[in-house]
Design a protein around this ligand. Structure first.
Ligand SMILES: Nc1nc2c(ncn2[C@@H]2O[C@H](COP(=O)(O)OP(=O)(O)OP(=O)(O)O)[C@@H](O)[C@H]2O)c(=O)[nH]1
Length: 813
């Protein structure tokens, strides 16, 4: 298996692009666009056709499933069929875990998840009330904000703390219990049965139901808690295809800390533990919270005594309830800190020399000697440019794969990697089997790139996935971008690291047309805005139109006209017909009988040709690394970043400065394609393990440079923009790669001539779509932006303009 890493943001905070609130808001303001409505209408017709007369489903249900599956007719049909096919009678289960309607359809996936799913209102825990006529529920029942419609109730999924064991795609969430556990469970059941249950009074018949459901809920919580403490074998990181396994100086990145190693237990102890486990009743902690004073007052009940005993030396506030503190002033006397400080001041001054602070205690001394100053990493002081030239490294090229949702981007890349033997037959066979299990066999190749559970169950790429392969002359990095419009910011992040782009277009009937109205055009415009000049247009799924030359010509003509109008030069456009699923014209040339009319190169050939025309990377310019990911790794690597070197070079031991945090760090180690290296140069996407900095100072999109020539922070800038929508003085979101911030178009300076850039009109009131203009943009908070950088202006989820920064107004001016 090759090595993959996913540009997941571990340091998201309020400013990041997606938050739960965003999703809620989107749902609440779910105004469908004309395009959505049209897709919904067509989709509903197709679903009805596919379901036939055997299954009766309401339009609303069809629309709901289409909306959930992003208009994927096949997935909606499978879901609805599953839902409405009468099930053979099963023995009634005692307790079922409620799952969401969509999760039920994708049942195979849901069974692999260790989660608590709540799709119904939580049962309330009944407290005995003194008055029959009053209950908190009744009191609030006419309050409208409690009447949450069922379809608005969320699904809460608690991810396991440690990675699950088992194979890719998830092992069963209900593993067979060990004999020991089964024995213990049987014993516990017996004990519980033996216990007499106090009869419930007839006065409160609801109490039993409520408390039963509450206990069931608590049981689930307990189970989950237990799972969390079970040490799980961390999933080993995949190994890069080209790399021999090497002894690693630094552990492979993990997103969650590894569980602590199990302590060694002697066989006697094990036996004793076994007996204890089987005999001792399993303690059942009561997780219910004590009713608050407010709740107690509201329900008119006396607050129940605290369930947990106070520790002997801890006291409840206010101190007056504790006899020792009654009538005393807690702030009278010196604080514990003052006492320590005074004692230190009286004692000898602390000497900084580590050798002279040895205490004489052997263990303590050896531990203190082991302390390493992380920030002192030895630099080899290499001339990196010379080293790079000497190394005869292959040409490097990063390309981003873009296009409308479901046009086959991930499948095409999966096919490319499979045909190049980057992915083994065994891995593909395994993926096929897993995909078949959940009725998504056609997605097996896409799963080479799409690796998260969500991406696999929904069949939609969410974030950038990275992979590598090489040809005779070039080492390529693939950045597979999501096609769905909701994930445009992730796509922008991928495009900002690319040297060129592959635009994938579905040639099948109607798909090309709906893509044109959707993200085919938007992605093309965005990659151009990010400075990408060279574009390979993969006219994909040619198998679905029997390799029709007419259809291919129709698509290429329309696309060529659009792309040239979007300022792509025709000489940098390469059209390739192909079929990712079947593998035709991806790495192997077409058979003559399939498409005698096509004699051009394969997709792989085109990638090689385009990469040969790329300009060399600016190695001698000041270092600029755009962070695409921040990792908090293990003890050895508490802070690591991944990013592309836009310009310059760096080496182990270099001091860096991160902007906008303005914090310095030292490079402890560098990894390139998961191999440790001494240096990195412009154009490479590398991982830097840092010392002397906290992860809170680093965010995706931030820029790292050398302190001798740092990137400056801008409070406003003037840019030459190409307008896609009307631009007037207005609020916008400014995107620079993954970094974004709120801003405002403050001034429309002038409209410019498209080809010469000369001022055509001053005193501009509005910039029309298609016009080129000079505008000044003010930023809400400073961002690391320099002259020459590409920015994108978006407003209300729409890209309104893109441009090149001409001048910046620096912070503090
Ligand atoms: N017939 C046919 N189907 C294809 C081809 N390529 C992809 N598909 C199918 O198209 C569907 C979507 O494929 P993906 O590779 O997930 O599409 P995508 O563009 O990566 O989707 P997002 O990343 O979510 O935008 C899958 O069912 C594929 O099997 C092809 O060449 N021919």
């Amino acid at each position: 298996m090759p090595s993959h890493h996913r540009a997941k943001n571990v340091a998201y905070d309020d400013d990041d692009v997606y938050s739960d609130e965003d999703y809620v808001e989107q749902e609440e303001d779910a105004h469908m666009t004309e395009e959505d409505k049209e897709q919904m209408r067509l989709g509903t017709i197709q679903v009805k056709e596919a379901l036939g007369s055997t299954v009766t489903v309401s339009d609303k249900e069809i629309e709901e499933s289409l909306w959930h599956y992003y208009y994927d007719v096949d997935k909606a049909v499978v879901y609805l069929k599953n839902k409405h096919t009468p099930k053979t009678a099963q023995p009634k289960k005692q307790k079922t875990t409620p799952v969401s309607r969509f999760d039920q359809a994708a049942s195979a996936v849901s069974t692999s998840k260790q989660s608590i799913t709540v799709s119904q209102p939580l049962p309330s825990i009944a407290y005995p009330l003194p008055y029959d006529s009053f209950s908190a529920t009744d009191f609030w029942k006419d309050t409208p904000w409690l009447n949450v419609p069922l379809h608005r109730l969320g699904v809460i999924t608690m991810e396991p703390k440690f990675p699950r064991g088992g194979l890719l795609g998830g092992s069963s969430s209900n593993p067979k219990p060990s004999k020991l556990a089964a024995l213990a469970a049987a014993r516990k059941k017996k004990q519980e049965e033996a216990k007499s249950v106090p009869p419930l009074t007839e006065a409160d018949p609801n109490q039993k139901a409520d408390s039963d459901s509450a206990v069931a809920l608590l049981d689930k919580l307990r189970l989950n808690g237990k799972d969390k403490t079970t040490p799980t074998t961390p999933i080993p990181a995949p190994i890069s295809m080209k790399q021999k396994p090497v002894e690693r100086k630094f552990p492979i990145r993990t997103r969650s800390p590894s569980p602590p190693p199990a302590a060694k237990v002697s066989s006697n102890e094990k036996e004793a533990t076994k007996q204890e486990l089987s005999q001792a009743p399993i303690p059942i902690p009561d997780l219910r919270a004590i009713p608050s004073t407010f709740a107690s007052t509201l329900c008119g009940i006396a607050p129940s005594p605290p369930k947990r005993q106070l520790l002997e030396d801890s006291f409840q506030l206010p101190y007056s309830t504790v006899p020792q503190f009654a009538n005393t002033n807690p702030f009278a006397g010196p604080s514990p800190d003052d006492i320590v400080r005074n004692a230190q001041a009286k004692g000898k001054p602390v000497k900084k020399d580590a050798n002279k602070t040895l205490t004489g205690d052997k263990l303590a001394d050896s531990v203190s000697k082991m302390t390493v100053d992380d920030t002192k990493v030895k630099s080899k002081n290499l001339n990196v440019v010379e080293e790079f030239e000497k190394s005869n490294t292959k040409r490097m090229a990063n390309f981003v794969v873009v296009g409308h949702v479901d046009h086959g981007k991930s499948t095409l890349m999966g096919r490319l990697l499979y045909d190049l033997k980057v992915i083994s037959d065994r891995s593909i066979a395994k993926l096929r089997k897993e995909a078949e299990t959940i009725g998504k066999s056609s997605f097996a190749l896409a799963w080479v790139m799409d690796q998260t559970d969500e991406e696999r169950s929904r069949g939609v790429t969410v974030d950038i996935a990275t992979n590598y392969f090489e040809t005779e002359k070039t080492r390529f990095t693939i950045l597979d971008a999501p096609g769905h419009k909701d994930f445009i910011p992730n796509m922008i992040a991928g495009a900002s690291q690319a040297d060129f782009a592959v635009l994938v277009i579905d040639a099948s009937t109607n798909s090309f047309e709906s893509g044109l109205k959707g993200q085919t055009k938007e992605h093309a415009l965005l990659v151009r805005s990010m400075g990408v000049q060279r574009l390979i247009i993969a006219v994909n799924k040619m198998d679905t139109i029997a390799w029709s030359e007419d259809r291919y010509n129709e698509i290429t003509q329309q696309m060529a006209a659009f792309l040239t109008s979007a300022s792509f030069s025709p000489k940098y456009l390469t059209f390739i017909p192909c079929a990712g699923l079947t593998g035709e014209n991806v790495t192997k040339p077409l058979e003559m009988q399939q498409a005698p009319w096509y004699t051009g190169p394969t997709l792989l050939g085109a990638l090689d040709t385009v990469s040969a025309t790329l300009a060399s990377h600016p190695l001698t310019k000041p270092l600029r690394i755009t962070i695409s990911d921040v990792f908090r790794g293990g003890i050895q690597n508490p802070v690591s970043i991944t990013g592309r070197l836009d310009s310059g070079t760096c080496q182990v031991g270099d001091t860096l400065i991160a902007m906008p945090a303005n914090e310095t760090a030292v490079i402890k180690a560098i990894e390139l394609e998961d191999q440790p290296v001494d240096w990195a140069v412009a154009g490479q996407i590398s991982t830097l393990h840092l010392a002397g900095i906290d992860a809170v100072h680093l965010r995706p999109g931030d820029i790292v440079s050398h302190p001798s020539d740092p990137v400056k922070l801008a409070s406003s800038f003037t840019a030459k923009i190409l307008a896609f929508e009307h631009v007037l003085p207005m609020n916008v979101d400014v995107f620079r790669g993954r970094l974004s911030g709120e801003g405002k178009v403050q001034k429309l300076v002038a409209v410019l001539d498209k080809s010469t850039g000369e001022v055509v009109k001053k005193k501009v009131r509005i910039v029309k779509p298609g016009e080129v203009a000079r505008v000044t943009v003010g930023l809400e908070r400073v961002l690391p932006i320099e002259a020459g950088m590409r920015v994108i202006l978006r407003e209300g989820g729409l890209t309104v303009a893109s441009g090149i920064v001409e001048t910046v107004e620096k912070e503090g001016k």
